[in-house]
Design a protein around this ligand. Sequence first.
Ligand code: GAR
Length: 225
Amino acid sequence: MQQAFVPAGPGRARVAVLISGRGSNMAALLAAAADPAYPAEVVLVLANKAGAAGLETARAAGVATAVVESRGFKGDRAGFEAAMQAELDRHGVELVALAGFMRVLTEGFVFSWFGRLVNIHPSLLPSFPGLETHERALAAGVRLHGCTVHLVSPGVDEGPILAQAAVPVLADDDADSLAARVLAQEHRLYPAALAWLAAGRVRLEGGRALVVADGAQGALANPLP
Ligand code: GAR
């Protein structure tokens, strides 16, 4: 079994959170990482839009921020990613957490970060990849919906699943009420899943990610503990 991320030493893993907007998942990660016992520290919040509201939250929390405007790289995804990579290098980033980052990354970038690049998506993957997940869940009439944290593979919202949380779909839900119920779970799930990865507890086997239980060598935890 291959280990997804191997911690460099006893220190905390250095994480960049990539955002495009509101940044509520980023805020949940910052809150978790405020505890010195959390195995990751957020060393950079990077946005692809200068107007991303989450940047203000990050600055207020005293976290370094960077903006790499995707608009400035029209048709040049490799150039955009090279500029992002330069920021990641500058801050000594070891793990990248996508949190509402609404740009599709190239295969080259994804492969270079494989096992160290995570995403949160507002559906129970592999159902409803892409956009408007809550609208599509309602239209499909599913009774359970939720969110997924996964390692990123090439392909939109694809890659080995680290953790999922399910919520009921209620008869009188609209997209907003359903989104709010899912978002509350996202804020719980993402810090937990990132902690497992940062602590070196994630193994890859075939196309799957397995989480090794805390303190029990060889035992596997089926999230959430
Ligand atoms: C979250 O619901 C996240 O799961 C979703 O965007 C929202 C961002 O909110 N991500 C995707 O749809 C990616 N495919 P936030 O900026 O408040 O964290």
